[in-house]
Design a protein around this ligand. Structure first.
Ligand code: FES
Length: 145
């Protein structure tokens, strides 16, 4: 049911941990399944994401998507990181089973929440970034996937 890439990122997740004095942190949960994701970003003076770590109480799909998402935002500018959507992450993992698609939103939303935190702390605006939700379960009704 899971692709090889999903299994690989689930079994050997990249960038697990936390960053002390992170430039931005974001925590989101999904009240329906009870899973929680936290992302830490270390961003340099050129707005480039130097390092990123995540911690989760989440299912395997949430672990795999967060692992892949952190790999994809590392080295990017905060603006480029906005292009790392849950869809882009799922594509990079060669897909997720439909019932697991909502899990990939945890990673996207947690990154957005961390970017929001960074933007607020530094008084900057990241184009296209909206105020994050702390609970993504209301997304479940979305039709877009
Ligand atoms: Fe909750 Fe996957 S079941 S994030």
């Amino acid at each position: 049911m899971y692709t090889e890439k999903v299994m690989d990122h689930f079994q050997n997740p990249r960038n697990v941990g936390e960053i002390e004095n992170a430039s931005g942190t974001g925590t989101v949960g999904n009240a329906k399944c009870g899973d929680i994701m936290r992302i830490y970003l270390d961003i340099d003076e050129n707005q480039v994401i130097r390092d990123v770590k995540f911690k989760t109480f989440g299912c395997g799909a949430a672990v795999a998507t967060s692992s892949m998402a952190t790999e994809m935002v590392k080295g990017k500018t905060v603006q480029e990181a906005m292009e790392v959507t849950n869809k882009a992450v799922m594509e990079a993992l060669d897909g997720l089973p439909p019932v697991k698609v909502h899990c990939s939103l945890l990673a996207e939303e947690a990154i957005h929440a961390a970017l929001w935190d960074y933007a607020e702390k530094n008084g900057i605006v990241i184009e296209g970034l909206e105020k994050p939700k702390s609970d993504i379960s209301e997304h479940d009704e979305d039709e877009e996937y």
